[in-house]
Every structure is written in C-alpha cells, then in structure tokens.
Design a protein around this ligand. Structure first.
Ligand SMILES: NC(=O)c1ccc[n+]([C@@H]2O[C@H](COP(=O)([O-])OP(=O)(O)OC[C@H]3O[C@@H](n4cnc5c(N)ncnc54)[C@H](OP(=O)(O)O)[C@@H]3O)[C@@H](O)[C@H]2O)c1
Length: 322
C-alpha cells in the first residue's frame, strides 16, 4: 500500500474504500450484500492495509455508517473514517446535530475527516464552516473536508474556516478528468488531498459493461452507460485493455493506477465483492510508465461524452423505435 501524509489525518492509504453501496437501495445489491459481503470487504480492506473509509449520513439513510462502524470493530478509532454532512440548512446547531448522529452510528467519539457533502447554493460557507470549525476546536473531528467544490469555492471555504480545508472529494476518473486542470495542481502546491470518487466511473472503466449489458439501479440514470457514450468510450476502454495486458492487470486497476500516478490524489472505489476490493488495493502496486500515463491522459481528455439530456432523448427514441 502507498500512503499520503495529510495535515490533521496523518498517513492516509492512497487506496481507500467507498461505502455508498452499503445498505443503499440505489445500487440494487440487496440486503444479502449489506449483511454479508459489505462487512467482509471492510475486514479484508483492513488486512490489506487500507486506512481510509469513506461514508456519509445520506448513504442508505445512515445504514452505510452503521455497517462500516460495526465492521471496523475495535479498529474503528485507529483508521481514517471520513463521513459527510448533507448541508440542508447547515447552521452551526444543525451541523452539530447531524455530526452527533453520524458519530453515534459509526460508534466513534471523534470522526477523523468530516466533509461538507456539496456546496450549498444559498447558505454561504461562512455559515457552514462556523459549525465545522467548532467541531474541530472541540476535538470532535480531526480535519475538515469538502466535496463537489470548485477550486474557487474550496478557497472560499479555507477563508471561512480560517485554516486550510484539507481535502476536496470530487468526481474524478479517466471518464471525468476535469480536476486535472485546477484541483490537482492546487492540492500539489498546497499539500492538500483530492479524493477521487467514482474513480472507476461507477464500473464503466472495469470494461465489462456494453449496450447489451448495462448496470441497473442508480447507474441506469448515469449518462455514461447510454448507447452513444458507451460507443464514445470505446477508444479509452481499448487503451485501458492494452495497458492492462502489458502489466498482466485488469482495466479497473489501470484506471486506478492512472489516478495514483497523480500527486496528492487518493481513490475511494466502491466494491461489490471482496475480489474487487483485492484487485483495487493491488492497483497501489501497479506503476505505469510515463508514456502510458501520458497516453491515458490524452485518451481521457479526448473522451467527450454526450449530456444526460441527449442520452434521455436517445433512449426515448429507442423505445419509440424512431
Ligand atoms: N461525494 C460525493 O458526492 C460522492 C458521489 C459518489 C460516490 N462517492 C463516494 O465514492 C465511492 C466510489 O464511487 P462510486 O461507488 O460511485 O463509483 P466507483 O467506485 O467508480 O464504482 C464502484 C463500482 O464499480 C464496480 N467495480 C469495483 N471494483 C471493480 C473492479 N476491480 N473491476 C470491475 N468493476 C469494479 C462495482 O460495481 P459492479 O460490480 O456492480 O459493476 C462497484 O460497485 C462511493 O462508494 C462513495 O463513498 C461520493
């Protein structure tokens, strides 16, 4: 495993585990998954040196936090658990209240990384960060993070907190490479952490989905799995397969290794099985050559998916047969 030193958190494993899938209806994995594989995945992740576990109060309406806290057992206080407050009316008393709920479900007295799930379009960060700062000063959290923040808003959040907001969790993968332009250089310059969520583009970069085999649940609404975007993703997937073959690895591992080849980036892939978790952790040991890294960056930047509106029109047309 490779690690990243982060202010307030110490050493963070560069491959973490995302747990939105735990207890969430959206993924369609069912209660058997929540009661069995979810816990096995967490325990195996610990055996393999994973120290970063991402969850949120909204995942499965608290079930993800409960399953994670339970599965970590006695180790729950010695790893970096990262949870998130969903910022509806994020006034200080509300933030405090939501925090208490998360801490209780996770069975923790202190949550190492507490993140604002998304920027509130109306309530400014000066308000949200007042509550987050109070938790930090009281030692109830180890560090403050944000999620889905632009670079500009991340900097506004820094000012509002009065100290660096250590991390920004954003959608980041070969299929969504926007953070390369601004967030990664900022994180490198300022020693922050970019947490790449959906690093496998929700499974697209595993290379096993096609127009004849699409995932269901929340992913049925993800425009990346629309017919036109699956077609547009072909050159990227072909390159992933080629690089994977050269390393005797899997496309998903190459997709993660590309992110890990960037400074100050950690990945938090979700997993539907222990085997996937093992493959994802092993990606930390996969070193791409400089030319593979550059070719993948070029392919990512050339991938130009159509919008969700266009995908919707296409699927209506298909249903109508026009
Ligand atoms: N802050 C936010 O707004 C936000 C938003 C989204 C996610 N997140 C966080 O980021 C985490 C990860 O994102 P995500 O779950 O959306 O997407 P992801 O990690 O890109 O995709 C996870 C899915 O990919 C498939 N997969 C995993 N490992 C694989 C492998 N080695 N080979 C092939 N397929 C593999 C599995 O689905 P199948 O086996 O069913 O195909 C798995 O459920 C979440 O769990 C959550 O913690 C945060």
């Amino acid at each position: 495993m490779r690690f990243l030193e982060v202010d307030g958190l110490g050493q963070v494993s560069r491959v973490g585990l995302g747990t939105w899938q735990f207890g969430s209806r959206e993924w369609g994995y069912g209660s058997d998954y929540a009661e069995g594989p979810a816990g096995d995945i967490v325990r195996r992740a610990r055996e393999l040196g994973v120290t970063l576990f991402d969850t949120a109060e909204v995942y499965g309406l608290g079930r993800s936090e409960r399953i994670l806290g339970e599965a970590l057992g006695g180790e729950r206080s010695s790893v970096v658990v990262a949870s998130k407050v969903f910022p509806v009316a994020p006034f200080p008393a509300v933030v405090r209240n939501r925090y208490e709920g998360s801490a209780r479900r996770l069975q923790l007295d202190r949550i190492p990384l507490y993140q604002v799930h998304q920027p509130n379009p109306v309530v400014p960060d000066s308000v949200t960060m007042t509550g987050m700062g109070a938790l930090l000063r009281k030692g109830r959290i180890g560090a403050v993070g944000v999620s889905n923040y632009s670079l500009e808003r991340w900097q506004v959040a820094d000012t509002a907190l009065g100290r660096p907001v250590v991390s920004n969790q954003v959608q980041f993968s070969l299929a969504h490479a926007g953070p390369l332009a601004d967030l990664v250089p900022f994180a490198e310059r300022e020693d922050r952490m970019v947490m790449a969520y959906s690093p496998l583009a929700q499974g697209l970069l595993g290379g096993r989905y096609s127009a004849d085999h699409r995932p269901g649940g929340v992913r049925a609404m993800n425009p990346l799995f629309g017919t036109e975007n699956l077609r547009r993703a072909e050159p990227l997937l072909a390159l992933l397969r080629e690089v994977a073959a050269a390393h005797d690895a899997r496309p998903a591992q190459v997709a993660l290794a590309w992110l890990l080849g960037l400074p100050r980036v950690v990945v938090i892939p979700g997993a539907s099985s222990v085997e996937q978790l093992e493959l994802n952790v092993a990606a930390a040991d996969l070193e791409l050559t400089a030319s593979e890294q550059a070719d993948l960056t070029t392919a990512a930047q050339a991938f130009n998916p159509v919008s969700s509106a266009r995908t919707l029109v296409d699927s209506v047309r298909k249903k109508l047969g026009v």
